[in-house]
Design a protein around this ligand. Structure first.
Ligand code: C2E
Ligand code: CA
Ligand code: CA
Ligand code: CA
Length: 273
């Protein structure tokens, strides 16, 4: 019958239940993502407010389902964390970032998202050191963005690994500050180079309560000597507010969307041999 196999009609959200339209689970897709070249990395610029200078880029993972459509990280990252696939996928992103930096002589800091599950995996710091050395890159050019999903950062193994990474010379940034994934508690436990305030704290308008909340967070961080980055800047008005509040760094669609390295190497082409 013509209603068998792949042509059968099903009603589902392909991003959640069936990432590839052929019955393979998201977990299955993740398990083969590297060999099937379904994952890639995009870069989003980070600027210094005031000077507008691009000081670096955040790497973000992209996963393509077999139907060719992107699966949202908010959907696949938690699954990859749950089944452990994030360890290899995260290492692949770091390796790719190293290769791009070395190949295109990218300037500025490259901030890589690191899941707490990766931190807990044995030998993580060694693996980072090995990749940097193999590509001939300075550890200080890389930042690891840590966020706390499932309270793993609180475990001593993770704290030890963060200490090893710090000794290696990579920067340690705190992601999603202000949310349940990265609370005030993390400020006490980790020495952090930069703290990223979650975009949920960036107001749309200038509602006094929202502005006071953001102002207070910024003051707290500055009084602790932290450099403050606010992410999710979408409007000129938001950027202006951050400038007024003395925020150091900003990131968001207004400033630049995440894009493949091929989209911005044009700016630096003169440096490519
Ligand atoms: P995140 O680390 O907080 O990353 C910022 C997210 O905000 C990204 O979503 C980015 O595309 C998006 N974004 C940037 N500017 C704006 C803006 O102006 N407005 C709005 N509305 N969004 C903006 P994305 O790429 O979908 O990633 C979602 C989350 O998935 C990330 O949140 C991070 O927690 C996780 N993730 C992404 N890539 C990786 C990775 O390589 N490793 C790990 N462990 N997690 C990753
Ligand atoms: Ca991040
Ligand atoms: Ca974030
Ligand atoms: Ca976030």
């Amino acid at each position: 019958s013509k209603f068998t196999g792949r042509s059968r009609v099903t009603i589902y959200d392909p991003q959640i239940i069936d990432a590839d339209h052929s019955g393979e689970s998201l977990a299955g897709l993740l398990a083969h993502a590297i060999e099937r070249q379904c994952i890639s990395v995009v870069y989003q610029p980070i600027i210094q407010l005031g000077t507008e200078e691009i000081i670096g880029y955040e790497t973000l993972m992209r996963l393509k389902g077999n139907n060719g459509r992107l699966v949202k990280p908010d959907i696949f990252i938690p699954v990859a964390e749950q089944n452990g696939a994030i360890v290899e996928l995260g290492a692949w992103v770091f390796e790719q970032a190293c290769a791009d930096v070395a190949r295109y002589k990218l300037d500025g800091v490259i901030a890589v998202n690191i899941s707490a599950v990766q931190l807990k995996a044995p030998g993580f710091a060694l693996r980072v050191a090995e990749m940097l050395a193999r590509h001939g890159l300075a550890p200080a050019q890389f930042a690891l963005e840590l966020s706390e999903r499932g309270d793993i950062l609180g475990q001593s193994q993770a704290a030890q690994t963060v200490e090893q990474l710090r000794k290696l010379g990579v920067q340690i940034w705190l992601d999603d500050f202000g949310t349940g994934y990265a609370g005030i508690d993390c400020l006490r436990r980790f020495e952090l180079d930069i703290v990223k305030i979650d975009r949920s704290f960036l107001p749309d308008g200038r509602h006094p309560r929202d502005v006071r909340m953001l102002t207070g967070m910024i003051q707290l961080l500055r009084s602790l000597g932290r450099t403050v980055l606010v992410e999710g800047v979408e409007t000129v008005e938001q950027k202006r507010l951050l400038e007024e509040l003395g925020v150091d760094l900003a990131q968001g669609y207004l400033i630049g969307r995440p894009q493949p390295v091929s989209e911005f190497i044009g700016d630096q082409k003169s440096e490519v041999a």
